[in-house]
Design a binder for this molecule. Structure first.
Ligand SMILES: Cc1ncc(COP(=O)(O)O)c(C=O)c1O
Length: 382
């Protein structure tokens, strides 16, 4: 257990709530979840499913109608042919990370993962006793990874490469040329790829590209996607993996051993999410883009802060090196002195030092309030 890490966002949330309990006013920009409600048609489908008796166990891999809808959706959006036996439905995107590591990694295997990156990757790599090999994401490359650097990290012990685009925490988005380069760097080695595409529908500039679409790569990929971010369904706990049918069978068996199955009525709502109207997804994405613009413009006016325009997801990742403060200390001070909850870049790995992560999953009004407070703090403390 000593090797298992955590997700700091949940800890900062607890700390912020404790301050609120003392009467402080806190602007929450720490947590990575849409502040919108789940669209009404999806809620309606879940309520209807409850009344229709979807209150029992279902197959560990997921209900067939949902696996069919996912197979169709992934086939269309990624331009590959996916069948329902290549889909496993799980409670959230996270379990795909957990199960993939359990299924594929042994002690001594090497796993390459983005740093700064979603902290659960490094935590789980360490937990299963594999060697965590970071690939550094650099600001000057808009936080896309350097393909030559990646090629230099791959060796005979490399078992898995984790990719995440659009990326948490930087908002970086991989381009087609990056994806093709990564596939070339892997070549015909026996290396699997976990491609975390949970933010695939939250892109503000350019298009989403997936390595699963590259010729010859589909059988090496475990694609992670889900409902949490796209349809504002974080609390529903539903996500999925798309992978070779034999591996899908193994992951389904891990589901049998852990959760038995994902809640049945939520899966019926998942079919509605994928097959129903998509206007709410577009509206949320447009709103996140507006907020991103306000946040980045505002941060760039604050002493010591400089921020690139992220191309996707709902985070901004300003460089704070000019403040002269270490990231964690600065995040703590902003929470305690200014009442703004943000995360230290180091919550996402060692290469996050020098940065903070602000989530823009909050109203423009609150974002402006946060900017004012951070600006005032910087004027009097820097
Ligand atoms: C990159 C990334 N992958 C996976 C997840 C997990 O999503 P879920 O809440 O569906 O488990 C998150 C959530 O923050 C994330 O940022």
């Amino acid at each position: 257990m000593a090797r298992l890490g955590t997700e700091t966002a949940f800890e900062v949330l607890v700390k912020a709530r404790a301050l609120e309990a003392q009467g402080r006013d806190i602007v929450h920009l720490e947590i990575g979840e849409p502040d919108f409600d789940t669209p009404e048609n999806i809620i309606g489908a879940a309520v209807d499913a409850l009344h229709k008796g979807f209150t029992h166990y279902g197959p560990s891999a997921g209900l067939l109608p949902l696996r069919e809808a996912i197979a169709e959706y992934v086939s269309e959006t990624r331009g590959v042919s996916v069948t329902p036996d290549e889909v496993v439905v799980v409670p959230g995107g996270k379990p795909i990370i957990f199960f993939t590591m359990l299924a594929l990694a042994d002690e001594g295997d090497e796993i390459i993962y983005p740093n700064p990156g979603f902290p659960i990757y490094e935590s789980m790599i360490n937990y299963v006793g594999a060697k965590a090999v970071p690939i550094r994401l650099r600001e000057e490359m808009d936080f896309r990874l350097d393909v030559d650097e990646l090629a230099g990290l791959i060796n005979d012990r490399t078992k898995l490469i984790i990719m995440n685009s659009p990326q948490n925490p930087t908002g970086g988005v991989l381009e087609k040329k990056d994806i093709d380069g990564i596939a070339r760097a892997i070549g015909d080695r026996n290396v699997m790829v976990l491609t975390d595409e949970i933010y695939s529908r939250l892109i503000f500039e350019g298009e989403h590209h997936s390595i699963i679409s590259v010729d010859g790569m589909k059988d090496r990929c475990i694609l992670l996607d889900g409902f949490s971010k796209t349809y504002a369904m974080t609390g529903w706990r539903m996500g999925y993996g798309v992978m070779r049918a034999d591996l899908a069978g193994s992951i389904a068996r891990l589901m049998t051993n852990s959760n038995s199955c994902t809640a049945s009525f939520t899966q019926i709502a998942g079919v509605e999410a994928l097959r129903g109207p998509q206007a709410s997804v577009e509206a949320m994405c447009a709103e996140f883009k507006k907020r991103r613009d306000v946040m980045v413009a505002g941060l760039n006016k604050i002493k010591g802060f400089s921020c690139r325009l992220p191309k996707g997801a709902f985070y901004v990742f300003p460089n704070i090196q000019q403040t002269g403060w270490p990231s964690k200390k600065l995040a703590d001070a902003l929470l305690e002195d200014a009442g703004v909850a943000a995360l230290s870049g180091t919550a996402f790995g060692d290469f996050g030092e020098g940065y903070l992560r602000f989530s823009v999953a909050n109203s423009i009004e609150n974002i402006e309030k946060a900017l004012e407070r951070v600006g005032a703090w910087a004027s009097s403390n820097l």
